[in-house]
Design a protein around this ligand. Structure first.
Ligand SMILES: [Zn+2]
Length: 503
């Protein structure tokens, strides 16, 4: 173990609060007035005991739940608690133990509802930009290579590397996807993940695809830890995928960027399955490239089906911290629960919630492996989604179920059908043919593939534009308060590591 187990104050008191809130699951709830008073007093004690250290942070770990709006946080908490047979509503997730909270405004430079490119750029580089643009200021125009020149934004990773800190990026999406790319890439088009995704004109003007920036860019070349999916963007067309022989690379420039990384990092480990990652030895191997799928990694609930074996986000987080914490100057680590967003786009709350739970497990691992005295941990989202938690289901009602009365019978809407607690404002869960919505009581709403009802029929559910939350613990965490602009998070992290004057 790299660090001693020092519990954060919030975790300690939260655990105490949890034990008095650990009531049997509905319908045997026995929380009475006295129990609520004890829970409230424990909450007050936790707040009073909370003071973030005024020292500088040696390490910063930023968790981004892609699309993890507040309704997702609440539903995933209930989901996680109920999965353990506990009272879901009062269950405390690891993220809930972080003491400092702010509301975060997520609009981008040019839209009310943003995508991950400008929002991750705001968090990682401190500037709002246009939808679809990564690591370049709003002076640039989307897809216009030349317009971005001279407006590249140094990311927190670049600043950290210039000060001798170790750096890492971990995600469950393709490693070249928008959120992880915000740590190391500059591009006027988030889809330029491989050279084949780029128009010739952009290449002629000198723009470089995101995968190449990962391996040879000024930040990418210095990253100590890189883990996620997305092998195809790094492999040439004539090289077969190691896990799926029927798949091959995407690159037209004949470059095998994985082989190039291995050649440049003779003491580095390249892993493409869980077994190889678990054999990682930080005493012998100084760098780590883990690419566990040709495309995005599996959703957490489908991970067991992977033939070659895929690590969980918590396992990747633990390995990353073990490697990065060997640098005495400290480290900056970006961890993305990236597929919460994809499940929501599919109108599929089950996978969104189980992936949120998987990210919470990763947060728990980070809290366990780091010290509150020297590591700032922030959890936040880039943007929200249209998920709602509604109706008047009784306490303990299954979060994925229909809204039932206290006798367990589905309540009926004016169209004579039942309805679920979870729903979407738009997406594939709406009937586009005018036949109206299906009655959820005629299907198994707990099924992993169930699509929640949606109002507006769209092929993909959309992002939501309301504020998200940032929660924090450790040095600098006390500044995570009030209602802040998303790019303020960058300055909070920079200040925690280097003081206000760092540029
Ligand atoms: Zn999205």
């Amino acid at each position: 173990m790299v660090t001693e187990k020092i519990m954060r104050p919030g975790v300690l008191v939260a655990a105490a609060a949890l034990s008095c809130a650990a009531v049997p699951a509905w319908p045997q709830l026995q929380q009475d007035t006295a129990a609520y008073r004890a829970q409230g007093e424990a909450g007050l004690a936790r707040l009073k005991a909370t003071s973030a250290p005024e020292t500088k942070a040696r390490n910063v770990i930023i968790f981004i739940g892609d699309g993890m709006g507040v309704s997702t946080i609440t539903a995933a908490r209930i989901f996680a608690g109920q999965a353990l047979g506990r009272d879901g509503e009062s269950y405390q997730a690891a993220m809930d133990s972080l003491d400092h909270t702010a509301l975060v405004k997520t609009y981008s430079h040019d839209t009310q509802v943003a995508d991950s490119a400008p929002t991750a750029t705001a968090i990682m580089a401190g500037v709002k930009t246009r939808n679809g643009i990564i690591g370049i200021g709003p002076e640039a125009s989307l897809k216009d290579c030349a317009s971005g020149k001279g407006h590249e934004l140094p990311s927190l990773m670049e600043l950290a590397q210039s000060r001798g800190l170790a750096t890492g990026v971990v995600t469950t999406t393709r490693i070249t996807h928008a959120t992880p790319a915000s740590a190391y890439a500059h591009t006027v088009e988030r889809d330029w993940e491989a050279d084949t995704n780029m128009p010739q004109a952009a290449k002629d003007e000198g723009c470089v695809d995101i995968a190449r920036q990962l391996v040879e860019g000024r930040v990418g070349v210095h990253l100590d830890v890189v883990m996620g999916g997305g092998r195809t963007a790094l492999l040439p067309k004539d090289v077969k995928d190691p896990e799926y022989p029927d798949k091959s690379g995407l690159r037209a420039d004949s470059r095998n960027l994985i082989a190039e990384w291995q050649a440049h990092n003779p003491r580095g480990l390249y892993a493409w399955n869980r077994g190889q990652l678990m054999a990682f030895n930080p005493a012998r191997q100084t760098r780590l490239l883990g690419l566990f799928e040709p495309d995005h990694m599996h959703y957490e609930s489908d991970r067991v089906k992977d033939g070659a074996g895929e690590p969980s986000l918590a396992e990747m987080t633990e390995t990353a911290i073990r490697l990065l914490s060997r640098n005495r100057a400290g480290y900056v680590l970006l961890i993305e629960g990236g597929r919460i967003d994809h499940a929501h786009h599919a109108g599929n709350a089950y996978r969104a919630l189980s992936d949120t739970k998987a990210m919470d497990d990763a947060v728990a691992a980070a809290l366990r492996l780091t010290k509150a005295s020297d590591t700032l941990i922030i959890t936040t989202a880039d943007h929200s989604h249209t998920l709602t938690i509604s109706g008047y289901a009784p306490r303990g009602n299954p979060i994925l179920g229909t809204v039932n009365d206290t006798a367990g019978k589905p309540m009926m809407a004016k169209d004579g059908k039942s309805y679920t607690t979870l729903g979407y404002a738009n997406g594939p869960g709406a009937a586009a043919d005018g036949t109206g919505r299906p009655d959820p009581s005629t299907t198994d709403t707990d099924n992993a593939d169930y699509l929640q009802s949606a109002l507006v029929p769209l092929s993909a559910e959309t992002h939501g534009g309301e504020d998200v939350v940032a929660r924090a613990s450790g040095p600098g965490a006390a500044l995570v308060r009030g209602t802040i602009e998303q790019h303020t998070l960058y300055y909070i992290m920079r200040d925690a590591l280097f003081g206000a004057k760092a540029k």
